[in-house]
Write a protein that binds this ligand. Sequence first.
Ligand code: URA
Length: 298
Amino acid sequence: MTQAATDPVALKALLQWYLEAGVDEAIADRPQDRFAEQARALAARPGPAADRPGLSDGPMPRSPSERGPAPAARGPLTRPQPPAEVSDQAAVKDAVAQAGRAETLEALRAALEGFDGCALKKTASNLCFTDGNPQARVLLVGEAPGAEEDRQGLPFVGPSGKLLDAMLASIGLDRHGEGDAAVLISNTVFWRPPGNRTPTPSETAICLPFVERLIEIVDPRVLVCVGGPSAKTLLAQAQGITRLRGKWYDYATPRMAAPIPAMALYHPAYLLRSPAMKRDAWRDLLMLKRRLAGAAGA
Ligand code: URA
């Protein structure tokens, strides 16, 4: 037994280390030693042990000629992978095709459930699609689900979701509301990135056709990008959120009859860390409220 297995202090330190590394979900009852699996698979192959770098106790060969012919490729360990960009492009193309076929939110959700092109799906517990009222005039799009969102399969239900709900309530909006009070909430990626890391550009690009189709189907009066990453992605802007907030933009896709007004809000997770910025966030909420009041009869 290792020291960590018996010493509660060492065990706690090990768990804390895992947590900080983003390992905060148990996905099986027993741990799987992938290094041992790989070693066993390589050891089962024909050829001298020295051909297997890192697995031999003997000296490493110094040059390719000393190594002799390479062992024949077999199994997933040696299958050449296409360059990442090529597989990403294929995934984006597939996403465009699948999202484009969806005519309703239910069909779009079903398409996402069957879509395996985004690697985030492999580590997530649940798809986080939308929460709220699909008939809403306001569609909010955040960045990515966190731990609580992943557990419940709903966007913005963790600590920043609670603040978002309070922000919306301050201007009479409610994810459980009807009519003018209703909102619908989603994200730019639909599965939680492991350890809450930032989604990679390719994960965002692969999910984007689904987000665009979501906006087309909901056809809201106003699109609200929650946080800098969402604003940059959807508004195709390079500036940070501090410069993007407080203004109106036009959002359009080729399938939309007319552009819709869009704005950016500070992310509630940022506001929790920087309460002084709530003042600007309140101004932005009032800007949204005024726009909705103007659009009420439109
Ligand atoms: N942050 C987001 O951007 N989205 C969520 O759903 C939760 C936290």
